[in-house]
Write a protein that binds this ligand. Structure first.
Ligand SMILES: Cc1cc2nc3c(=O)[nH]c(=O)nc-3n(C[C@H](O)[C@H](O)[C@H](O)COP(=O)(O)OP(=O)(O)OC[C@H]3O[C@@H](n4cnc5c(N)ncnc54)[C@H](O)[C@@H]3O)c2cc1C
Length: 354
């Protein structure tokens, strides 16, 4: 990184008055800030998201091997949630195992209810047909009351040999239970005044916190009325970077952040672009509200390699052909800056032109 440094540590508290960030590790000195960007995301217990303490490639590989063996050894798999993550996971399991019983449980009356912008009827019809073909059952309007996410060890990321009970008195035996519904936004380290009733950081269209112009928030942790997707982030980056620069200029001139000039505003995306693979060869995508495409497009755009080449390039600044797995020594090596617009977005934008 040319202009900056990476500090590794788990933040325990952010103090707005003293402008300090404190760490859980008492040995780690607090950091002072003039401008803060909060981007702590959402706590998710799905096995697809790595437990916090995994830092090395070797441990990551072990984690996924353990999850993979648990899936292999289970006949009845219950997934809590029916959002994009839960459905994609079910599709991946079905692509590998024809005979497993796969059940998703959601408190909503439709799949994908976490998508804020509208998904068309066409999308929903295709999705339901495909799930039926793949024998992926979804139970709607039932909230899982036992076990709860608190029973899921953050390190293990699944429960084995349990009975799943719902508020509608359903009782389902499960050899494997995976919790694929978001648990909460990770705002516990911030002052309560920053947090809205949904537990999110309340941002303006400038990405500044309402009432705190020197504090920005970005990504899943914010209150922006948009589906929480990584794919939305590249178009937001130029807006927040410009605004941080403007606030920095104001502070350097001895002014308060609220005096910053010519701030840009982000316009919430109206259309819903979603690419939902169901294993490497199947899936459904909504390109525009009226344009819904099926297996081939979804597979080519995402399902066949889950965009791993593109993300490799994005995160390392290298060509996909240079791709190799990181070993421990490489973990800390410096990477050049990624291109500001992600390959994922470019691919979906290209698909939108087809
Ligand atoms: C299984 C799954 C599949 C997904 N698939 C897609 C997809 O196909 N397409 C798509 O567009 N989006 C997808 N998403 C959503 C996407 O991952 C998120 O929108 C994106 O990661 C949000 O980025 P973020 O930077 O806001 O938060 P995160 O990526 O969650 O990053 C937050 C970071 O903050 C750190 N952090 C939190 N609290 C602390 C603390 N106290 N101290 C120090 N560090 C802290 C976390 O460790 C983490 O590194 C998926 C999500 C999941 C869970």
């Amino acid at each position: 990184m040319k202009y900056g440094r990476i500090v590794v540590g788990e933040v325990s508290r952010v103090c707005e008055k003293t402008k300090r960030i404190h760490f859980h590790d008492a040995e780690q000195s607090p950091l002072h800030f003039d401008i803060l960007v909060a981007a702590t995301g959402v706590l998710n217990l799905t096995p697809g998201e790595l437990p916090n303490d995994i830092k090395l490639y070797r441990d990551m590989k072990r984690h996924f091997e353990r999850v993979s063996h648990a899936i292999q050894d289970s006949s009845r798999i219950v997934i809590v949630g029916a959002g994009p993550g839960a459905i994609q996971l079910a599709g991946e399991i079905r692509a590998r195992y024809a005979d497993k019983e796969i059940t998703l449980i959601t408190a909503s009356s439709t799949p994908m209810s976490s998508c804020v912008a509208a998904l068309s009827n066409k999308f929903h019809i295709q999705l339901r047909e495909k799930l039926q073909q793949l024998r992926i059952r979804i139970i709607y309007n039932e909230r899982v009351v036992q076990p709860t996410f608190k029973n899921i060890d953050e390190r293990d990321r699944f429960l084995r040999n349990t009975t799943v009970n719902t508020d509608g008195n359903l009782s389902l035996p499960a050899d494997l239970l995976i919790w694929s519904a978001p648990v909460r936004t990770r705002t516990e380290v911030f002052p309560v005044e920053w947090i809205n009733e949904l537990g999110e950081l309340t941002v303006e269209a400038t990405f500044q916190l309402r009432g705190y112009p020197e504090v920005f928030a970005f990504g899943d942790v914010t209150s922006l009325p948009e589906t929480k997707q990584a794919e939305t982030l590249p178009s937001k980056v130029p807006v927040i970077v410009h605004n941080i620069e403007q606030v920095a200029i104001a502070i350097q001139a001895g002014l308060h952040g609220s005096m910053a000039k010519s701030l840009k505003k982000y316009r919430v995306r109206e259309r819903e672009l979603i690419c939902l693979p169901l294993g490497p060869e199947a899936g459904v995508s909504q390109i525009t509200y009226s344009r819904v495409v099926g297996d081939k497009y979804t597979s080519d755009a995402k399902g066949k390699d889950l965009m791993s080449d593109q993300f490799w390039s994005l995160l390392t600044g290298r060509q996909p052909s240079d791709r190799k797995f990181l070993d421990e020594d490489e973990r800390g090596s410096e990477c050049s800056a990624p291109h500001p617009s992600t390959a994922a977005t470019m691919e979906m934008e290209a698909l939108a032109q087809v």
